[in-house]
Design a protein around this ligand. Structure first.
Ligand SMILES: [Zn+2]
Length: 250
């Protein structure tokens, strides 16, 4: 692991213009299985029945059966050493931003400030009809007897996550694009980069002359274009990388 870590550290621009692109793999050690993996939420639910705009309109009870499960999984999770290492690096000026496909809010809970959430977050809720904000804590109290959660207006309350059929928030797209273009290094962690727009960000970095590195348990779709790769768990690799970078700087 040390050689590969060393190669990634060598790519690190002194300016700290580093964007870290994260996915499900970084939160597995926090107790959140990848939705698509065995044991993940999509092994228990069909996303087309519970996570689409159509389902929100026509089958809110089923959507909320899934959401109650998701709330339970997310609220029992805590940031792991990988999230914490990235927060340390940002605080030290060695990471500019995190772009995440995760909806678990664990980067912010670990202390990261500049986090772009491609798929929104379970940390806030709104009415699907009138857009009124609703308290996330109240979501934990929803039970089979009280689901689906409804707004005073009668609309269904939903988390601020991107459902299938909804666009990626425009500000997240713009911000992540700008970050990727300006990055001296984009570091991919815990994502196979199989779906756009996440998959296009490292390409943007390359196009504008930056480098790309990856830390993945299984090499992802962009492995062929990475300037350095490490096959490892995020929670093992990132703390070691942070130690190396911070020691080097001192
Ligand atoms: Zn409403």
């Amino acid at each position: 692991m040390t050689d590969a870590l060393e190669r990634i550290a060598q790519l690190w621009p002194a300016s700290g213009e580093v964007v870290v692109l994260t996915g499900a793999g970084i939160s597995v050690a926090s107790g959140i299985p990848d939705f698509r993996s065995p044991g993940g939420l999509w092994s228990r639910y069909d996303p087309m029945q519970v996570a689409t705009t159509d389902a929100l309109e026509n089958n809110p009870a089923e959507v909320w059966r899934f959401l109650m499960d998701a709330v339970r999984v997310m609220s029992s999770a805590a940031p792991n050493p990988a999230h914490k290492a990235l927060a340390r690096l940002e605080q030290a000026g060695l990471v500019q931003a995190i772009v995440t496909q995760n909806i678990d809010g664990l980067h912010q809970r670990a202390g990261s400030k500049n986090v772009v959430e491609f798929h929104g977050s379970m940390a806030s809720y709104r009415c699907n009809a009138c857009s009124a904000p609703h308290d996330a804590e109240a979501a934990k109290a929803i039970t089979a007897a009280t689901a689906p959660w409804r707004c005073a207006c009668g609309g269904v309350v939903r988390p601020d996550i991107v459902f299938f059929g909804e666009p990626i928030p425009l500000d997240a797209l713009n911000k992540s694009g700008q970050l990727a273009c300006g990055a001296g290094l984009t570091l991919i962690v815990g994502t196979a980069c199989e779906v756009a727009p996440a998959s296009s960000l490292p390409l943007l970095t390359k196009q504008y002359g930056g480098k790309v590195a990856e830390i993945n348990l299984i090499p992802g779709r962009l492995a062929h274009m990475c300037d350095a790769s490490l096959t490892a768990k995020a929670e093992d690799a990132l703390p070691a990388l942070a130690d190396m970078l911070l020691e080097r700087r001192n």
